[in-house]
Design a protein around this ligand. Structure first.
Ligand code: 13P
Length: 227
């Protein structure tokens, strides 16, 4: 079981260190934390694997605001998210750039959590399967790539997919790509056991509930108890 915390644009270096002072996860669960770029250096000094939230495909170059895989490796970062729906929605991320970012990261020795998921409009239009097929098709087949299924309508909304809905989507993704699949979208200690006990759910990508050390510790304990 893998529990990854995506802090999004929360926690500078001081808050990052304060989080780790209070965070405590048991044996038996893989834990990853994805802080903002400015807090990566503080986080890699701690005992948990640290991933970036994004990575560029070029080794270096005139790409203002971007960071290469080699730079992350130099810092001690172990992996990166790619294709989060917020990047697709607000920053022009496409399936093509998701593919390029994932391939470059893996080639540099980073692990990757690649995010896929349909919007509410796509689900209502009956397009969930087509969207997931399209998004998964571009992802490299690689032992160090994990997929996170994050239905966009469940992110930060408090609306969680039911365990059955998540299981159905995970089953489809696993039929397309032989990898671990994490669920993301309003995961919290109260709903984690129902979701994580589904056979095709291999962990969680957690936003809001990963910001609080006590609730993230509690999620990790729940995952460990189900492993
Ligand atoms: P929430 O857990 O806040 O819904 O965020 C999910 C997410 O986007 C994780 O990447």
């Amino acid at each position: 079981m893998l529990i990854a915390g995506n802090w999004k644009m929360f926690k500078g270096p001081a808050e990052t260190l304060a989080f780790f002072d209070a965070f405590d996860a048991p044996e038996g669960v893989d834990v990853v934390v994805c802080p903002p770029f400015v807090s990566l250096e503080a986080a890699v000094g701690e005992e948990w694997p640290v991933y970036a939230q994004n990575v560029h495909w070029a080794a270096d170059g005139a790409f203002t605001g971007e960071t290469s895989a080699a730079m992350l490796v130099e810092l001690g970062v172990q992996g990166s998210l790619v294709g989060h729906s917020e990047r697709r929605l607000f920053f022009g991320e496409t399936d093509d750039t998701v593919q390029r970012r994932a391939e470059a990261a893996l080639a540099s020795g980073l692990k990757v959590i690649a995010c896929v998921g349909e919007t509410e409009a796509e689900r209502e239009a009956g397009e969930m399967e087509a969207v997931l097929r399209r998004q998964v098709a571009v992802l490299p087949r690689h032992a160090c790539l994990v997929i996170a299924y994050e239905p966009v309508w469940a992110i930060g909304t408090g609306k969680t997919a039911t365990p059955e809905m998540a299981e159905e989507a995970h089953g489809l993704i696993k039929s397309l790509h032989d990898t671990r699949v994490l669920y993301g979208g309003s995961v919290k200690p109260e709903n984690a056991a129902d979701l994580l006990s589904q056979p095709s759910i291999d962990g969680a990508l957690v936003g809001g509930a990963s910001l609080d050390a006590a609730s993230f510790s509690s999620l990790c304990r729940i995952a460990a108890s189900l492993s």
